[in-house]
Write a protein that binds this ligand. Structure first.
Ligand code: AP5
Length: 246
């Protein structure tokens, strides 16, 4: 398990289509963080035919939430990977109070906590439009939208040059509506949960992608700097202590 004691731990909250994945990928590049999307991890488990993937598939296709047990175990496994030591941005996790409590317990055992949970505030009707127009590059997973984010050269991914694209099985209007119901019933209470933890920010996510990135940047830059600064300060202290001991 990497040393988590001084790495930024950030959460993006929001309903399906709020832009969590879009923004998490941008922030990953900007701050050198690792995006952890439980949706992506579950889709990989489904594609890989694992036991968890087999149990999750029908639930995901129906637009419902996969069991806390499966999701928490998948996330715990991913947190063992050394790249997470750069700092993590959680996208689509936690999604229930039970998951949030499991995360707090896990992070506490690793000597850390959630540093910021940002809720992307949007309108439900717009989410159906956003999701029904979404597609991703088959090669690198870069996300696009028929109206809001087309590749610069039509039919070619601007990140990797691939010309194959795909759509998610659960991205149809009926399933999106069921996912929105699940969001309001199970996930929206996390806004109050993280307000109680004193690490909640909310931003209006109905604007353009760049404007939302700017708003996120304003909030996250000082937090990431402070957490990493503490890590650096600790390293300096350890070096000084070692030098003094010699
Ligand atoms: P998951 O993959 O997490 O899907 P989701 O939460 O429904 O979120 P989306 O990926 O659909 O939306 P997003 O907010 O990332 O939006 P995006 O940036 O792509 O989960 C899928 C399923 O897995 C769940 O239903 C559940 O079954 C299961 N699952 C996952 N995690 C779980 C958990 N923790 N517990 C239990 N079950 C779990 O943007 C959408 C589109 O809009 C894109 O085309 C984008 O280009 C465009 N767009 C983005 N921002 C803007 C903007 N500002 N203006 C215009 N267009 C925009």
């Amino acid at each position: 398990m990497p040393d988590y004691s001084k790495v930024p731990v950030l959460i993006l909250l929001g309903p399906p289509g709020a832009g969590k994945g879009t923004q998490a990928k941008i922030l990953e590049d900007r701050f050198g963080l690792v995006q952890l999307s439980t949706g992506d991890l579950l889709r990989a488990a489904v594609a890989g035919g694992t036991k968890a993937g087999k149990r999750a598939k029908a639930v995901m296709d129906a637009g419902e939430l996969v069991s806390d047990e499966i999701v928490v175990n998948i996330l715990k496994e991913r947190l063992r990977d050394p790249d997470c030591a750069a700092g993590i941005i959680l996208d689509g996790f936690p999604r229930t109070i039970a998951q949030a409590e499991a995360l707090s317990e896990l992070l506490g055992s690793l000597g850390t906590r959630v540093h910021a949970a940002i809720s992307l505030e949007v309108e439900d009707d717009a989410m159906v439009t956003r999701i029904s127009g979404r597609y991703t590059c088959d090669g690198c997973g870069e996300g696009y939208h028929e109206t809001f984010k087309r590749p610069t050269v039509e039919g070619t991914c601007q990140k990797c040059g691939c010309q194959r694209f795909r759509r998610r099985a659960d991205d149809n209007a009926d399933t999106v509506r069921r996912r929105l119901v699940a969001y309001h019933a199970e996930t929206a209470p996390l806004i109050t949960f993280y307000k109680g933890e004193k690490c909640l920010w909310t931003i209006d996510a109905m604007g353009e992608i760049d404007a939302i990135t700017d708003a996120l940047h304003q909030i996250l830059r000082p937090i990431v700097t402070e957490v990493r600064g503490a890590r650096q300060a600790n390293k300096n202290l350890r070096t000084t202590q070692m030098e003094e001991a010699q």
